[in-house]
Design a protein around this ligand. Structure first.
Ligand code: HEC
Length: 139
């Protein structure tokens, strides 16, 4: 194929660079602090749903919009997404773009902040209980 490496190299870089800020690089302790500040008002890190947001215990690997007992938007229920790290990263960067019609509007524009958040979300597994949940504001 005649494609020149000079054309390919920037393309490859463009593919590799966003992936570089993946959850693998995230700092879960920093993510926990960001979660407390930006997410805990709506989301519990335990198995409890809030009226404002679905429980995020075990969110890693979960199919979007499937948690029992939370009134997800139709958009989320039909999204057919699985919450792996790249999908979480895209959703948190632009929720209403990735799932048009989602009722979660908060975006996290900073890639490093998202990586930290995702690293924290990955610690929320039922097998290894989360560190004490960040304090949520009183309802
Ligand atoms: C103002 C309330 C609110 C805030 C703040 C908020 N969320 Fe949400 N979140 C929601 C709602 C509501 C949904 C369900 C959206 C839907 O059904 O379309 C949701 C859904 C999600 C989901 C998908 C859960 C599932 O089971 O499908 C993830 C992951 C998530 N939020 C992560 C976060 C993170 C991380 C933050 C902090 C950066 C955050 N959210 C901040 C309200 C919020």
């Amino acid at each position: 194929m005649p494609t020149s490496p000079r054309i390919l190299a920037p393309l490859l870089l463009a593919l590799v660079l966003p992936a570089a800020a993946s959850a693998a690089d995230g700092n879960p302790a920093k993510g926990r602090r960001t979660f407390a500040a930006q997410c805990a008002a709506c989301h519990a890190t335990t198995a409890d749903n809030r009226i404002t947001g679905p429980a995020l215990l075990g969110v890693a690997g979960r199919t979007a919009g499937t948690l029992d007992g939370f009134a997800f938007s139709d958009a989320m229920k039909k999204s057919a997404l699985t919450w792996d790290a790249p999908t979480l990263d895209k959703y948190l960067a632009a929720p209403t773009t990735v799932v048009p019609g989602t009722t979660m509007a908060l975006a996290v524009p900073n890639a490093a902040t998202r990586a930290d958040l995702i690293a924290f979300l990955n610690t929320l597994t039922p097998a290894a209980p989360a560190p004490p949940a960040p304090a949520a504001p009183a309802k």
